[in-house]
Ligand binder design. Structure first.
Ligand code: BO1
Ligand code: ZN
Length: 260
């Protein structure tokens, strides 16, 4: 645990600069303490309706690779769970480590996974765009899914095959027809809590839904993530690894669980 904390201080400049500045009360990510989470029998099952044809492209934004969706209509939406209305899918991306021993942003009982998927959604009832929803309380919902080392993931591989084309920062490649549903664990159980974006602007507008069960990916697939670069073409190459934010204090928050 000690060495992983020291390594966590040696972060990409994006995270280094804001480690202590935010001063918020509901920052993310957090360590989910299973025994401190509270079962809420009113939490409904999460319903996911993604339209694979709303997928647009994949790009390297300099801190992750991100798959973007057409969010101009209610085509790829989630509802149920802790949510009072539906939310539109805007993008998904991952966070991962240089090695398998760390990489996820959230932890469960201090257990860290080699990577974490974030599916980012916004509230089209209270906002007219993602950029507006970023500033709204409950404007955003991010579903977090842990990745663990195990079997080859055939659904993820379609995405992995596109990564060499977006190796450098700002590279973008068309990526139409992808169903992110294939990246969801079949177990419906989740935790939910009120938090923030984990990169600037770090706004405290996110309802987090963290799936209990990880999906499995194989070593080669994680290695392909680690081949990506933080840097633009022509710059001295810096591998895109350890693109996670350190844990933030829970403060006055309760993590609820959908399961006993
Ligand atoms: S995360 O899911 O908490 N890691 C997260 C962190 C930052 C963003 C999204 C999710 N940032 C926003 C940018 C916007 C951009 C949007 C959608 O992502 O602030 O400028 O449009 O890609
Ligand atoms: Zn993220």
């Amino acid at each position: 645990a000690c060495s992983s904390y020291r390594l966590r201080d040696a972060l990409h400049p994006l995270w280094q600069s804001e480690l202590t500045v935010s001063g918020g009360t509901r920052q993310s990510p957090i360590n989910i303490q299973w025994r401190d989470s509270v079962y809420d029998p009113h939490l409904k099952p999460l319903k996911i309706h993604y339209d694979p044809t709303t997928c647009l492209y994949v790009w390297n934004n300099g801190y992750s690779f991100q798959v973007e969706f057409d969010d101009s209509a209610d085509k790829s939406v989630i509802m149920g769970g802790p949510l009072e209305n539906h939310y539109r899918l805007k993008q998904f991306h991952f966070h991962w480590g240089a090695i398998n021993e760390w990489g996820s942003e959230h932890m469960v009982d201090s257990k860290v996974y080699p990577a974490e998927l974030h599916l980012v959604h916004w509230n089209p009832v209270t906002s007219t765009s993602f950029e507006e929803a970023i500033m709204e309380n409950n404007g955003l919902v991010v579903i977090g899914v842990f990745l663990k080392l195990g079997a080859h993931h055939a659904g993820l591989q379609k995405l992995v095959d596109a990564l060499p084309a977006v190796r450098h920062k700002d590279a973008i490649v068309e990526f139409d027809v992808f169903d992110p549903c294939c990246l969801m664990p079949s177990c419906p159980d989740y935790w939910t809590y009120d938090g923030s974006l984990t990169t600037p602007p770090l706004t405290e507008s996110v309802t987090w839904i963290i799936k209990k069960t990880p999906i499995e990916v194989d070593q080669n697939q994680l290695e392909e993530f680690r081949m990506l670069l933080f840097t633009s073409a022509g710059e001295e190459e810096k591998r895109m690894v350890d693109n996670f934010r350190p844990l933030q204090p829970l403060m006055n928050r309760t993590v609820r669980s959908s399961f006993r």
